[in-house]
Design a protein around this ligand. Structure first.
Ligand code: ASP
Length: 441
């Protein structure tokens, strides 16, 4: 397997994991075996990726900013990033709305299926937890997100993966202050973060050595914990519309890469593919972030000044796949329950799905929590919420895997566009895990 490119190794691991999962489903006690003996391997891998996310954001953002020659450049990068993120998200939601209105997947769902899904899932603890979490988020004021972005304790923020935006805020603040104390005084701290950044990227290389085995474990576990195939079949049209929309988004990114950055889209897809495959296997853009950063910087050639800001911010606020899914799911639920949505309602969906995708955490299943907010904004009565979620719950995990791929690809695309616009898209500089191995052997 040594000479095979990483994405092939990961892909083989995924296929074997799926096959293994299906085989274990047929064997008595197979499910238990996978969750006792296989699942932990995947969980350890995801933990390792999460372990290095905060040090990587901190080191790379501080290094990126302190390398800038003037701060106005950072403002430029920041505004462009946020602007492009909003535009791509609105496009994603519009594609979702167009498809769900054209194909009307909800019209075909029979009463029988609705009853079956409602009976199976509306009392499900996970559905209830998502509704409860959404209502907590809805109670907060309009500027709550700004308030939440500012940490009152740097050490606490650094100790919590969920507080990524606070870490970004702290790193930007520190980086800018570092620029302002002058080069000579800043040098030791700058060198420290520089070196930390290299070390963490090396850790990504090392962790990735186990990726093919880890995705095997992750996918085998997804298969054994998935739902009854009959239920999945009933939702095939809905899932098909979401997946079709997600594929269109990938095509859209390829067009952007080809036309704006003038790079070959197939080359882009090939270089970013390990991150996409991990996004698919882990369903978490936050866990994938270290790999996305490594691929974009070393294999695509985006300068750290750009990627160190665009990617962590993107992982938390830019979720094109999630927002497309929210638009399709919201309209699907209304169609299936025989409720009407006006044109104004659909515009409301665009706005709330945009805000919801910004507010969604980059972890598995987060999109469904924010979907509750989208549904309420267009007037789905609270007593129908559990039924609405029950309708789509069975296929949520596979769709989550697919939308996370789009979320990650969108972040990578935008980082290339921003880099190109500020002259920071250069040549790839690939590093291997064993670059200095001989010296230390
Ligand atoms: N799992 C997605 C992500 O991490 C969020 C979601 O759509 O649920 O990007």
């Amino acid at each position: 397997m040594k000479k095979l490119a990483l994405h092939w190794k990961i892909l083989i691991g995924m296929v074997l994991g799926l096959v293994f999962g299906f085989v274990m489903l047929q064997i008595d006690g197979g499910k238990g075996f996978v969750s006792d003996w296989i699942k932990p391997l995947g969980s350890i891998f995801v933990k390792l990726l999460k372990l290095i996310a905060i040090p990587l954001i901190l080191a790379s953002l501080i290094k990126g900013i302190s390398d800038l020659k003037d701060i106005s450049k950072f403002k430029n990068i920041g505004l462009k990033t946020i602007g492009i993120y909003i535009v791509t998200t609105v496009i994603a939601i519009s594609i979702g709305l167009a498809l769900v209105n054209i194909f009307k997947p909800g019209d075909g769902v029979s009463e029988e299926t609705i009853t079956k899904l409602t009976e199976t899932y509306s009392e499900n603890s996970s559905v209830k937890a998502k509704i409860a979490e959404a209502s907590k988020q809805m109670d907060s004021g309009p500027l709550q997100f700004l308030e939440d972005m500012v940490p009152d304790n740097a050490v606490y923020a650094l100790s919590n993966n969920k507080l990524m935006l606070q870490v970004i805020f702290f790193a930007i603040f520190l980086g800018i202050s570092l620029l302002l104390i002058g080069e000579k005084k800043a040098a030791p701290l700058k060198d420290f973060f520089d070196s930390l950044n290299d070390v963490v990227l090396k850790m990504v290389d090392l962790i990735m050595l186990s990726a093919p085995y880890a995705v095997f474990a992750l996918l085998a576990n997804v298969v054994v914990s998935s739902d009854d195939p009959d239920i999945l079949y009933a939702l095939l049209k809905y899932a098909g519309v979401v997946v079709f929309g997600l594929v269109l988004m990938i095509v859209f990114y390829c067009i952007l890469v080809g036309t704006i950055t003038k790079k070959n889209p197939f080359w882009f897809l090939k270089e970013i593919s390990p991150a996409q495959l991990l996004a698919f296997s882990t369903s978490s853009s936050a866990a994938t972030l270290p790999v996305t950063m490594e691929r974009v910087e070393e294999h695509i050639g985006v300068d750290k000044e750009v990627s160190s800001f665009v990617l962590p911010v993107g992982a938390t606020i830019n979720m094109d796949g999630t927002s497309l899914y929210q638009a399709v799911a919201a309209v699907f639920i209304f169609q299936a329950l025989g409720l009407d949505l006006t044109f104004a309602d659909q515009i409301t969906i665009v706005l709330t799905a945009l805000l919801a995708s910004i507010g969604s955490a980059a972890v598995p299943g987060a999109g469904m929590v924010m979907l509750v907010i989208v549904l309420e904004s267009v007037g789905l009565p609270p007593e129908l919420l559990p039924i609405g979620l029950a309708l789509i719950f069975a296929v949520d995990r596979p769709l989550d895997m697919c939308r996370t791929v789009v979320n990650v690809t969108g972040d990578a695309t935008v980082s290339m566009i921003v880099a190109k616009s500020v002259g920071k898209l250069g040549k790839p500089k690939v590093k291997n895990w064993d670059d200095n191995y001989d010296e230390v052997k």
